[in-house]
Ligand binder design. Sequence first.
Ligand code: KG4
Ligand code: ZN
Length: 348
Amino acid sequence: MALILGIESSCDETAAAVVSTDRQILSHALAGQEEAHRPFGGVVPEIAARAHVEALEPLVAQALADAGVTLDQIDAVAATAGPGLIGGVMVGLVTAKALALAADKPLIAVNHLEGHALSPRLADPDLQFPYLLLLVSGGHCQLLLVEGVGNYRRLATTIDDAAGEAFDKTAKLLGLGFPGGPRVEQAAKLGDPKAVKLPRPLVGTAEPHFSFAGLKSAVLRARDANTHSAEDIAASFQQAVVDCLVDRTRRALARVSEEAVQPTALVVAGGVAANQAVRGALEALAAAHDLPFFAPPLWLCTDNGAMIAWAGAERFEAGLTDPLDFAARPRWPLDPNAEKARGAGVKA
Ligand code: KG4
Ligand code: ZN
């Protein structure tokens, strides 16, 4: 059994955790930056980087203290090395390098997306490779066949916005505040999902790609029409996102079965996986395909240190460690062979 210290700092959460290779979460400490970014209605990279600098050292100390271990008792130091906001990533990675050097322990440079992709295996030892993963976060919306540690085949991605980005922009348009996803979910509970007719971009197309930019424009038009409440628009928007996610995931399931690949399960991870409507609809889709369904507990869906420590644990067990000169990567696709999707990376 080995102990891994994990550090996350790629967006607006500073986090550190100690996790063992046999799935014990000894500690997880997290400092959000919501207050700092709220006046701007979104994450400001410079503010984020500075806040990570201030928060990280005491958080690491807290994670070690809560776990009841010293740095010497840790077997490896893992940190997000990308993709993400480069200033924040560098703060976390450089801290991990310093700790690894000081304690003479190996460094493990973790792809943030791999942290999300493997997080369901931390929560549940029954989840085996290969599985079909819907990775839905603030920066990404992808369908991946997770074949093993470090082995990901991307079946689809978004051609414009990520699903979480659409939630955040909708919240902003409706004046629901920041962070957007949970606010839209709350408002949606009070609204009628059939009230506003909204598009389902790309639904029914052969490739299981996603698109959310048109949905966001439709929300803007619905708001300006002044005919429906924010709650009705939020509920209709959430339903449209759920319909898109389910249709595209169904298409990906068909695609893998055409290739005679039998996934062990349907899995959802990433911040948007914290959404109950999303979880419920995907669970029903899995049941219709006679597949087990896995979704991490809510706190493990949004960014945290435990998922980075766990990805580090999986890599450590596979003998994968990294040199101390490993450079932070603002862009770092999980599947290096995946083609660039049309329009991908174009921020609206
Ligand atoms: O994985 P994550 O914490 O950070 C990234 O790697 O992007 O995901 C954050 C995203 C944000 O866009 C946030 O609005 C969304 O996940 N999110 C939600 C919910 N909780 C977080 N979206 C919908 N419903 C939620 N309950
Ligand atoms: Zn994330």
